[in-house]
Design a protein around this ligand. Sequence first.
Ligand code: PEP
Length: 249
Amino acid sequence: MARKTIVAGNWKMNMTPTQTAELIETLKPLVVSDYSDVVLCVPAIDIPAAVAAAKGSNIEIGAENLYFEDKGAYTGEISADMLLDAGAKYVIIGHSERREYFGETDETVNKKVLKAIEKGLTPIICCGETLTQREQGITIDWVRQQIKIAFQNVTADQAKATVIAYEPIWAIGTGKTATSDQAEEVCGAIRQCIKEVYGDAVAEEIRIQYGGSVNAGNAAELFAKPDIDGGLVGGASLKPDFSKIVNYK
Ligand code: PEP
């Protein structure tokens, strides 16, 4: 079964609502694509402006995080229902920056994944190793563990509709991209892990992105690999050149 490529931007803490509307207006005609789904994950406060600007286009809007409780005394947090009501369809979960700066663990990632699925948001579930872990030769063990915990209590039917983003931490925002062989090795290992847990059908269907300094110049080689189904793109998603990543062929 051929999987459709999915290219998602991660804007991080960039763009005001006004800037969001302007950038999406610019991107809209450029990111039309026959073969890639296009998602922009934006700061929560930008979601209404992003949804309004993207209306009538092929761009879906996502969030960069959510909280795993439904409502209550969690000052500063944002629930799945709030994201859905604002028009988000996707949500990034467990980005390495959230793990590093905001104390996210594999366990909180799992709770967030379960909540996103329960509510009907598609999670983009991030995993990836540090440079030290790569040098220690434990990349695949580490990523398998992250994936196994992230998917605890997720059913096969639910799992196949999720998206995984393999993002080596040493490649994020550094301009240092994993080689396409390095990226394929780990994305293939993630697919194998999904196969062991859920079987062939889910492993065939689930989409696995590579993320880490993807740009217009390297997307084609990365996305041509059999187990890489597109990318999670940080810096390059803030520029019109993002369209060249979406239309990488
Ligand atoms: C990311 O933030 O998920 C990312 C991959 O960033 P960049 O493309 O800038 O490395």
